[in-house]
Design a protein around this ligand. Sequence first.
Ligand code: AMP
Length: 155
Amino acid sequence: MSRLLVGGSADMAYDNNNIFAKILRGEAPAFKVFEDDHTLAFMDVMPQIAGHTLVIPKFAAVDLHELPVVSLAQTMATVQRVSGAVKQAFSAPGIMIAQLNGPAAGQTVFHLHFHIMPRYEGLEMGMHAREMADFAVLNEHAERIREQLAQSATG
Ligand code: AMP
């Protein structure tokens, strides 16, 4: 994974042993839905709502301020693509994209990531990073999103 400091920087050093770095190296499991040369998308293991998906760059950035703009563009392209698939897969009238920078903002994993969360009128989300989901359910949700991505690639 490359690392290059750009205009801004986070208040902490990048830790190569954070859980998302381990997922990128294949040292920790993940329910992957999409991967290309620059990005990876996988299910959030403690989803705030069904379909909660994360997109990360394959670049060692703690937060938004550390990511070169080219990588940011590549990451946002994946966010847009996966968001569309999540919207279809979960028949979501709304999609919320969230991204937290620093502990004071609630960031708990210090490798930059974007949250993609389906939203529905009157349906509240669960608490942030609280309860582990059933892996069989997560796997089924990942499959639904992968199917939508495959359809949009061929359609
Ligand atoms: P944040 O608090 O914005 O840093 O978000 C970190 C997110 O990562 C939380 O929503 C967690 O549920 C999620 N998370 C933590 N560990 C894992 C993991 N091993 N696989 C997938 N998601 C994870």
